[in-house]
Design a protein around this ligand. Sequence first.
Ligand code: VGL
Ligand code: ZN
Length: 211
Amino acid sequence: MRIDTGRAAFIAVDPQNDFCPGGALAVPQGDEVMPILNDLARAFDVCVLTQDWHPAGHVSFASSHEGARPYDAASVDGRDATLWPDHCVQGSHGAAFHEALDQRPYRLVVRKGFRSGLDSYSAFFENDGRTPTGLDGYLRGLSLGTVVVAGLALDYCVYYSALDAARLGYTVFVVRDASRAVGAPAGSVDRALDDLRAHGVAIIDSSEVPR
Ligand code: VGL
Ligand code: ZN
């Protein structure tokens, strides 16, 4: 399917320092997506950034749970959750966008995960599955029915953003080569991609986006 870039929103997910090598929750080769995101964003009329934006002591941090270690699975408020190193703390260098990201094409920044007791992977809903970020309303207001999603991390925030978009009825593309994955627990990437395909999401290469 050919993407009509005039009627689609490009959503670049969390291209932040903490998700790049040297960062607190480093995604292998996370920095390599920046030039690809820059190239893609120029092709779209509407571009949106998401920014993971946690208060200190956030519930998703292992340091907030006695005896827990980063990457442990945990139950938080009755939901399965993964605990992370402290990352993307509001106002920190780690929370800032990577310096190689060209921010000029983006007209909206959606911050998420800013409530102490609730994590948010998706650009559309927080992890309770029902608290909206407002992005759906924004895209509807612009009459856009297609989203193209890429960024960090493929198996978490990109995955949940694309999944929610599909559930909301958008036509969804995930750009594989413009994304990098945490890769934990083992098999997380294949599970995410299989589940996205099962929900009708197209996994594409950046060369398939018309310029
Ligand atoms: C993310 C884990 C925790 C992501 C954010 O951007 O994929 N992953 N917070
Ligand atoms: Zn986070």
